[in-house]
Design a protein around this ligand. Structure first.
Ligand SMILES: [Zn+2]
Length: 653
């Protein structure tokens, strides 16, 4: 009677282990036939082993890798009519009762198409057990686990031949993860199971695998996860995010992130914003002792260089090429880029608003890079048209500048004009009126010029020392986010007005020094490259203001711009623009009062779906802290922001 099971083994220069592997199969309590595919080993396997009964050797004329060798074996085996095909590797050891146990399971479970088993991992040098791998057993658990990674030990597979004939063979496209690809393909059609017993010794290298091999594996895993993506299954997305994180973030950074995540109070509940806010809050409380007194002490804790982590992530995305891989999925149709100041680098060490400025040179390089990437640089009106008419034949980017700073005219405008790049300018109309309260800059000035400041926080007078750059940075962060967290705009302005008065900072002069006046704005507005958009009158945190104020800010700023420049703006930018300052109420009001588009500062690229959310558009910040034009291709690919958003495309809630 012919055996029910054909065992498929590929061998390549496995001289040290193949005899033991083959012997373990021959010792099976259930008769099986073994097919050894010799992938062109230096010493032919048959020369090593002779001709043991029940073993068929297939020697390949040239070395083609595991997947190709296994496919050659399948081609040989499938026509022979075995009921089952089992896998085995040339360096592992099957236990004698393995096939009997797996076949018995399959006969009891006709609905199952493939079964694996537990395995004992042993050290390849000493043979000592390293761990027992207990895979998930029931089909539901397996299905869920497979979104994240392969939960089958390849040499423990046993399949119905019919399944392999229908869904095989191995793909040659994933040389570091061919088994994961095939098992995902099989899992999409048939039920999979594992038997809980440990039925195989699986040899692992005591040295671990090399970094480059690990990266190849992760990359293949990611490609497979894309290929078998079920967009409605969150675990698919989570699995990819996990792989991607393993891929893009060096191990050291992963542990730092984990530590930071754990330290965030409220990460278990509450909104993401609360976590970020509290994290900042807590981190500032943990600033070096002595920088802050009077009730602001906390446990000293190392400050985590978040910028380093972000930079590392961006760099790894760039150098790994992972962003190119992700682009078709997460790259969307285009992006709106956000800038504030454009000016030559300043020498001061204390520049807490530095993320809001880039150098003219950087802007030049970004434009060149986008052009090289074949990205159309278009106006806000053209972006609106493409979104509404669904004209996505070419990827596009809009350059936008917020607030109306004079350096935009002095440094950015000549570059934009020379390169014929359209741009949007969002003007807060109180700035050219010299009534603007650029309170974040007032705060910077107060802290920069004083070694000690006093202010009333939450009803109590606080005295805060700020000697030295580190202390100034910490104090700025603490006060900035405390102010941003206040419940009303009026409260924020009261605190800052008080500070400005106490420390002699002339708010109007600051505004006059930094912001364009009406004649300068009018000069830019005459250029067809420029689109003037509104940015409220008083640069208020809209979501914290009463509805009547929101409506007044949106309509009055438009009326002022129309009266001054001759035409009414149809594009709008929410001041601050994150989710604490612009939400669904503001998105609805902006649309209702007639703005064609409105932009937030929520990070993200544009997707076709944004046509239905034209007053809740995301932007990509050209952040002054990461001035490297290579990052543009990463940001434009959407990879970085997709990670940030958990792969959510539209975020308009
Ligand atoms: Zn602004």
């Amino acid at each position: 009677m012919p055996a029910k099971v054909a065992v498929l083994m590929a061998a390549y220069n496995a001289d040290a282990t193949v005899r033991e592997a083959v012997d373990s199969i021959l010792a099976s309590t259930m008769p099986v036939d073994l097919f050894v595919v010799d992938d062109c080993s230096r010493v032919p396997v048959q020369e090593l082993l002779g001709s043991p009964p029940g073993v068929t050797f297939v020697r390949l004329p040239r070395n083609g890798g595991l997947a190709a060798a296994l496919n050659a074996g399948l081609k040989h085996i499938l026509p022979l009519g075995y009921k089952y095909i089992a896998r085995m590797d040339a360096d592992d050891i099957s236990y004698p009762h393995r096939f009997a146990a797996q076949v018995a399971f399959m006969e009891r479970h006709p609905e199952v198409g493939m079964v694996g088993s537990g395995a004992r991992f042993i050290d390849d040098k000493t043979g000592a057990p390293v761990m027992h791998y207990a895979p998930p057993l029931d089909p539901e658990q397996i299905r869920n686990a497979m979104y994240f990674n392969n939960c089958f030990v390849h040499p423990t597979w046993l399949l119905r031949s019919e399944v392999m004939a229908r869904l095989g063979p191995y793909s040659l496209d994933y040389p570091a993860a061919e088994d994961y690809e095939l098992v995902r393909r099989i899992a999409s059609q048939v039920v999979l199971a594992n038997v809980g017993d440990f039925l195989l010794d699986y040899r692992i290298s005591s040295g671990g695998i090399s970094v480059s091999k690990r990266r190849r594996q992760l990359l293949d895993r990611l490609r497979i996860q894309f290929r078998y993506l079920d967009a409605t299954e969150w675990r698919c997305w989570a699995g990819m995010v996990k792989t991607l994180l393993l891929f893009v973030i060096p191990r050291k950074v992963v542990s730092v992130l984990k530590a930071e995540w754990r330290s965030w109070p409220g990460h278990a509940g509450g909104t993401a914003h609360q976590s970020v806010y509290q994290a900042r809050h807590q981190r500032l409380q943990g600033a070096p002792p002595g920088t802050i007194d009077h009730g602001l002490q906390g446990h000293p804790k190392p400050m985590i260089a978040k910028t380093t982590i972000v930079r590392t992530g961006l760099e790894t995305l760039y150098f790994s090429g992972a962003h190119k891989l992700m682009r078709p999925l997460v790259g969307g149709v285009g992006a709106i880029l956000m800038l504030h100041h454009v000016r030559p680098p300043r020498s001061e060490a204390f520049q807490p608003n530095r993320q809001l400025e880039v150098t003219p040179d950087y802007l030049t390089r970004v434009i060149a890079r986008l052009r090289r990437m074949q990205v159309d640089l278009i106006s806000l009106d053209e972006m609106h048209r493409r979104l509404v008419e669904r004209d996505f034949s070419r990827r596009f980017a809009c350059l936008t500048f917020d607030d109306g700073y004079r350096d935009n005219k002095e440094w950015a405008y000549p570059i934009l004009k020379a390169a014929r790049v359209p741009f949007g300018l969002y003007i807060a109309t109180s700035f050219p009126e010299r009534l603007g309260k650029l309170w974040w800059l007032v705060l910077e000035a107060v802290i920069a010029r004083n070694d000690r400041i006093a202010l009333v926080m939450d009803g109590e007078e606080h005295h805060i020392a700020c000697v030295g750059v580190d202390a100034k940075r910490a104090v700025f962060e603490r006060l900035y986010w405390w102010l941003r967290g206040l419940h009303s705009e009026t409260d924020v302005l009261a605190v800052v007005r008080d500070l400005a008065a106490r420390y002699g900072v002339d708010t109007a002069a600051l505004c006059g020094e930094l912001c364009m006046d009406w004649s300068e704005i009018a000069e830019m507005a005459r250029d067809p490259l420029a689109t003037i958009g509104a940015h409220t009158v008083n640069h208020v945190m809209l979501a914290k203001s009463p509805e009547a104020v929101v409506r007044a800010e949106l309509t009055r700023s438009r009326a002022v711009l129309e009266a001054t420049l001759g035409s009414a703006p149809v594009h709008f930018a929410y001041p601050f623009g994150d989710r604490t300052t612009a939400g669904p109420r503001e998105f609805a009001i902006a649309a209702e009062v007639g703005y064609k588009t409105a932009v937030t500062t929520r990070p993200g690229v544009l997707f076709a779906e944004h046509a239905d959310h034209l007053t809740a558009l995301p932007r990509i910040s050209l952040n002054g802290t990461y001035q490297d034009e290579r990052f543009i291709s990463v940001l434009m690919s959407g990879a970085a922001t997709a990670l940030w958003n958990g792969f959510r495309r539209v975020d308009a809630a």
